[in-house]
Design a protein around this ligand. Structure first.
Ligand code: FRU
Length: 507
């Protein structure tokens, strides 16, 4: 017999049609000054976390948390894009809308796996407000299941992991994989004692799930929830990652409202995870959160993050859309660290590459390189051993009123800096990433889109991802050297434009 939580509340196809109409209405007014050409985003409306990343029947699928009726977070749906080659993306219809009791206030984040009989199976969180209207009395969250033959249409199967304790305020974001013959699920929990933990369940048949225990408990008592946890093997190691709520900033680290990172260690089924490294942020930028990974068809571990705006007001909120993913990244081990380089497929988008060769700048000298770049893929090497400038770098999104975002090496900090203090639009502030100066050189790859900058430091040992909203007019790129005893030496520099990722750019 159907229990109450699986009772239909709305007709799914009607809800999906309404969501499409909502997105279309916002799209009709969309302004494109900052709308991404190189990053996954909804055609219009608000998006957050990447969901259900998978390779299925010859295509990659990326779903995302979508509010189709506004440009701020709201009742959650699943939006959808897909790609054959991971370089060009096609927009797909909205995949899921709330339609039964347990998910009546939102279909929250989750993941996809392919069943042994070749179907896409999605596990996600059904969300309800305990008081029916807002979070004041907590959330009632349960893990739900849906099945698809084509990745477009989903048949909902209802709740498979109910919340075991009324005192649990957060219980969400299942990530599932097959370990030997056992389906294994992890998700984030805020315990009744308000501690952030990752719990594990297993199942022989994808439907009946048994609690194994907490696989990871955050050591910091202030961390009360680990959102969007993920867990995967890499070489001989295991990685656990999560998006922590409640972490305090410390020096250059964890300066965003919530902060996403990973630890590396070992794990045996049935046992807790053994942490062997420190916690590292995935990304040092202003706007990175809730990443999810999946395995590519060739075994690579791919990661897509969400560029969370975090602070209000959000400038693109007026433009009919809000939120984009990062460029998809390949995750590889580098000692006690993970590298997260743009996937090689992204290079296919480069066109009209201009090679500037080696450049030397005198004290406080600058040079305009490009007069107007909507997008750019920049590669640059700085000779740290022979440069004497205090700061060497690029002003990006430089408009005639002087606005720009500075990406530079700062010799006082001995760090790479992304500084937005000279911007009219959006949150300002700076973020930095460490580097090993003793190597004598610094390699930067910088991916510029209409409203964002991603900086990959020394083959992505560190990454800084931040929104950057340029002012009106052409957007120049300028090389600059600031102060110091002598020259700034750039050993190589090239700038390519990028072809858009969208299969049909006008939609
Ligand atoms: C993370 C998150 C998830 C949740 C989803 C709701 O950004 O809060 O924990 O499932 O967003 O949209």
């Amino acid at each position: 017999m159907m229990n109450v939580e699986n009772m239909p509340t709305y007709d799914q196809s009607e809800q999906l049609a309404k969501a499409e109409a909502g997105v279309d209405q916002l799209f009709a007014q969309r302004k494109d000054r900052w709308y991404p050409l190189e990053h996954i985003a909804s055609k219009a409306g608000w998006i957050n976390d990447p969901n259900g990343l998978c390779y299925f029947k010859g295509r990659y699928h990326a779903y995302f948390q979508l509010h189709p009726f506004g440009t701020q977070w709201g009742p959650m749906h699943w939006g959808h894009v897909s790609s054959e080659d991971l370089a060009t993306w096609r927009r797909e219809p909205v995949a899921m809308a709330p339609s039964f009791e347990a998910e009546k206030d939102g279909v929250f984040s989750g993941s996809a796996v392919i069943s042994d009989d070749g179907k896409m199976v999605i596990y996600y969180t059904g969300h309800r407000w305990r008081n029916g209207v807002n979070e004041d009395e907590g959330n009632l969250q349960e893990q739900c299941m849906a099945v698809s033959e084509d990745g477009i249409h989903f048949e909902k199967k209802g709740v498979v992991v109910p919340c075991p304790d009324d005192r649990i305020p957060h219980f969400r974001d299942p990530k599932v994989w097959k370990q030997g013959d056992t389906w294994t699920m992890v998700f984030g929990v805020c315990t009744p004692e308000h501690r952030g933990e990752i719990w594990m369940y297993t199942s022989p048949d994808m439907v009946n799930w048994t609690f194994v225990g907490p696989v990871y408990k955050h050591p910091d008592p202030k961390v009360f929830m680990l959102e969007c946890p993920d867990m995967f093997p890499l070489g001989d190691e295991w990685v656990i990652c999560y998006s922590a709520m409640g972490l305090s900033p410390e020096g250059f680290e964890a300066r965003n409202h919530n902060n996403a990172g990973y630890v590396i260690g070992s794990w045996e089924p049935g046992q807790p995870f053994k942490q062997e490294t420190e916690f590292h942020l995935w990304d040092d930028g202003h706007n990175f959160y809730a990443p999810q990974t999946c395995e590519a068809a060739d075994g690579r571990r791919l990661m897509f993050g969400w560029m969370s705006p975090f602070t209000q007001p959000i400038p693109m909120d007026e433009d009919g859309w809000c939120g984009q993913f990062t460029v998809p990244r390949e995750v590889t081990l580098a000692g006690d660290h993970l590298r997260t380089l743009p996937i090689r497929e992204f290079d296919q988008l480069d066109e009209d590459k201009q090679d500037f060769g080696a450049i030397e700048l005198g004290v406080n000298e600058s040079r305009d390189l490009v007069a107007d770049a909507q997008t750019a893929d920049i590669e640059m090497e700085i000779d740290l051993a022979h440069s004497q400038a205090e700061r060497i770098g690029l002003e990006i999104h430089r408009t005639s009123n002087g606005d720009h975002t500075l990406v530079c090496y700062d010799d006082q900090l001995e760090r790479v800096v992304l500084d937005r203090h000279a911007n009219t639009y959006g949150d300002r502030g700076y973020r930095t990433a460490p580097l090993d100066k003793s190597e004598g050189k610094l390699k930067l790859r910088i991916i510029v889109d209409r409203g964002s900058v991603e900086v990959y430091v020394n083959d992505a040992l560190e990454v800084i991802s931040s929104y950057s909203f340029p002012a009106e007019g052409p957007r120049a790129i300028r090389l600059v050297a600031e102060s110091g005893e002598g020259k700034a030496i750039v050993s190589s520099l090239s700038i390519a434009k990028l072809r858009t990722i969208w299969e049909t750019p006008d939609r």
